[in-house]
Ligand binder design. Structure first.
Ligand code: TRP
Length: 412
């Protein structure tokens, strides 16, 4: 998840970096390369992946069924696509159980703003539905894909868990696990991994994930490890031996590849297919062709950045949709479609009226590039500083509580 946004660009095998010749965007769990400054063409992705756009009727039903206002990330189309969300809403209506599953690949200790998005939204979903949540930290995935030692990835998992916990998840309803630590403690989880492995061929994996014959065999079997948490009997301490409790997976759209495979296998295991709700990518400061990467310090706002660093990065690197001179800008106005400060505001500024006013003023030329950047800095700075405050309070003991297999307290 990226992230979960996965640190896609970072995980790239550079020898195989896909090229985009101005025609098609390239998206798989490790590569996101857009062909236009407006970013990825999500409509095309929806078609290619075979998922469904979230339309206003679905958002209306969401509000009606939950009795809660839709989150701004949902209303503004950051979470824009789904599979079987209607089924989940019907379960909620009928008071039937389901759970949430999301994850993160711990590839770096420096979490950036983009990594927060799926977790902020997942927390909202958990509060709205009052259901158990499992969060997978794929230290094994990052060990396989990156130049990190096993010990390093495990450490990063714990560091990342602290950032996730700092968002305010409820310990009574949230189980966070690292693959390296947890799988050996839970035979049922491992059994599901192997059940899945038995039902997917090398050909299917190669085609969908783009693996080649020189990739290590760990990569080829890893998708089963990310699929296993989508089946409720992988967590007997939460769900007993029930394998029929469905899950909803909030994730960035690049993770859909894993879950298409999971949905394909599910009926053959006698399990429900996981439902999904997909987000767009969080763009790099330099522009919307890619998502942010933790490996390029200047492409991202990190949760560890000082207010000063944040300000400098926005002013220096945030790609502008403004004109080259003030006179031109006043005359022609700015382009919110490519302006990164505006894009970021749609993610983090909750006030709809304020956002709309900024859009109007920037588009008309009444607001200058320096001014929209100042707006963004004013919105991001308190988010980052208050995150740092919350994170300081997360002790090893608290992490241990979240990461201990145990029953969850929510109506099961
Ligand atoms: N592969 C994801 C990443 O690299 C981590 C992940 C595991 C995940 N399980 C997930 C993300 C479920 C979203 C949903 O970030």
């Amino acid at each position: 998840m990226t992230e979960t946004l996965a640190d896609t660009m970072e995980a790239l095998d550079l020898t195989k970096k896909p090229t985009v010749d101005g025609e098609e965007d390239f998206v798989d769990p490790w590569n996101v390369v857009g062909s236009s400054v407006k970013g990825i063409d999500y409509e095309k992705l929806i078609k290619r992946f075979g998922c469904t756009r979230i339309d206003s009727a679905l958002i209306e039903r969401f509000e009606k069924v939950t009795g809660k206002p839709a989150h701004h990330l949902l209303k503004r189309g950051v979470f824009f696509s789904h599979r079987d969300l209607h089924t989940i809403l019907t379960l909620h209506e009928q008071g039937k159980p389901f759970y949430l599953y999301t994850g993160r690949g711990p590839s770096s200790s420096s979490i950036h703003m983009g990594h927060l998005i799926p977790f902020v939204f997942t927390k909202y979903l958990q509060e709205v539905f009052n259901v158990p949540l499992v969060i997978q930290l794929t230290d094994d995935e990052k060990y396989l894909w990156k130049d990190l030692t096993l010990e390093e990835t495990q450490k990063l998992a714990v560091e990342n868990a602290k950032d996730i916990i700092a968002l305010g998840f409820d310990v009574e309803k949230t189980f966070i696990f690292s693959d390296f630590t947890f799988i050996g403690q839970c035979p049922e989880f491992y059994q599901n991994m192997i059940r899945i492995q038995k039902r997917v061929t090398v050909n299917q994996i190669k085609g969908n994930f783009g693996f080649g014959d020189s990739d290590c065999i760990g990569k080829i079997s890893f998708p089963a490890t990310q699929a296993a948490p989508a089946f409720s009997n992988s967590f007997p301490f939460i769900f007993g031996n029930r394998k029929d409790i469905p899950c909803l997976i909030p994730c960035a759209i690049d993770q859909d590849t894993y879950f298409r495979m999971t949905r394909d296998v599910a009926p053959r295991l006698g399990c429900p297919k996981p439902a999904l709700i997909h987000s767009t990518f969080f763009p790099a400061l330099q522009g919307a062709q890619t998502k942010m990467s933790a490996s390029d310090a200047n492409s991202s706002i990190f949760l560890t950045d000082t207010p000063k660093a944040l300000k400098t990065k926005v002013n220096k690197y945030a790609f502008s949709g403004g004109q080259t001179s003030v006179e031109e800008h006043r005359r022609l106005g700015g382009n919110c479609e490519v302006d990164i400060s505006y894009k970021y505001l749609t993610f983090f500024l909750e006030d709809d009226a304020r956002l709309e006013k900024i859009r109007e003023d920037y588009t008309s030329g009444a607001m200058l590039t320096g001014e929209i950047k100042a707006e963004l800095i004013a919105v991001l700075t308190p988010i980052v500083t208050s995150h740092q405050e919350s994170r300081k309070k997360i002790t090893d003991e608290i992490v241990k509580q979240f990461m201990t297999p145990r029953p969850m307290k929510c109506g099961l």
